[in-house]
Design a protein around this ligand. Structure first.
Ligand code: THU
Length: 133
């Protein structure tokens, strides 16, 4: 199961459009139906307008008509753990649960496992607005 996510994220990473940072990121998520959606980072000459890989994978899931993340894997190069940025933790929060696994991979495989609650404790989400859709 994790191998499938890893392969999908790694393929997506190759499509990254990151001419400014030169840092390619891929993300792949699995929904409760078992479907996999992937995305890459897409940068922009007006730097803040760039999209993270996680945001792209979530957009693909929404276009697939699904709204729940069962688990997500992020892959990047280098020695450090490519954990989701603060904004992406909140994006995952929108469609995940406290226990949703977030796997972090490097080129050779998965390096670390977190949960959404671990990376974004005491978070704010849709239920705070009385909106569970
Ligand atoms: N980036 C992601 O796509 N996801 C992460 O989890 C960390 C950072 C991207 C944003 C930018 O295009 C590049 O990596 C360098 O920050």
């Amino acid at each position: 199961m994790l191998d499938t996510l890893f392969d999908a994220a790694k393929s997506a990473q190759k499509r990254a459009y990151s001419p400014y940072s030169k840092f390619k990121v891929g993300a792949a998520l699995r929904t409760p139906l078992g479907h996999i959606y992937a995305g890459c980072n897409v940068e922009n000459a007006a730097y803040p307008q760039g999209n993270c890989a996680e945001a792209s994978a979530i957009a693909a899931m929404i276009m697939g008509g699904e709204h729940e993340i069962a688990e997500i894997l992020v892959i990047g190069d280098g020695d450090g753990l490519v954990t989701p940025c603060g904004g992406c933790r909140q994006r995952i929060r929108e469609f995940g649960k406290a226990t949703t696994p977030i796997h972090i991979a490097g080129p050779q495989g998965v390096r670390a496992h977190f949960t959404l609650e671990g990376l974004l404790p005491h978070s704010f989400g849709p239920e705070h607005l009385g909106n569970n859709t």
